[in-house]
Design a protein around this ligand. Sequence first.
Ligand SMILES: [Fe+2]
Length: 215
Amino acid sequence: MAALKIPYVAMVGNHDRRDACLDRLRSAPRDQNGFVQGTRTTEHGLFVFLDTLDETSHAGEMCGKRLGWLASTLAAAPADMPFVVFMHHPPFPVGVLAMDEIALKQSAEFAEVIAPYRSRIRHLFFGHVHRPIFGSYGKTPFSTLRGTNHQVWFELNANAPHLASHEPPAYGVVLIDDENLVVHSHDFLDQSPRFPFAAPAGIGDRDYALNFLAR
Ligand SMILES: [Fe+2]
């Protein structure tokens, strides 16, 4: 991580150990109860980082202490300050049963804590699902992206076997200003051919794009 030249915040997921993260990663936030939670004030809102780790399970947990920290953090922010929330586990089902079974256990309690602030949450980011999924959680826009290691195969049939896969890994880049928040997913290991937008003279654009390799 030391090679990364941009400011970053380390968070915990279900495979992590909280003490190791806090001991080794100076960028890991720490709340007054020793959870890996914190905030960063930015010119486009307060970024809120949550700890949903249960070291005894792959499912997510937000205990009373963590929810209490979230409630007081949101309450303490200036009334006109927007929020962007980051957490490892999704706080609602995404439709892939194997992952929904290990989502955040306290989904109702989490929803209750953020309810008064919904209109100020510009975006919710989570991980855990290892799939690109976008939508809205209530009226709150959310995104989750592929993993940088393995992926979870697309399967909406609850009775089908749920599989991991080696679909391409990706990372996300978010462009944010006062008006918009734009999420890019980048398949950084992709090796497919790249070619200029414009076709050479005399070749139809569609034929050019479809048959670029054959030329
Ligand atoms: Fe996870």
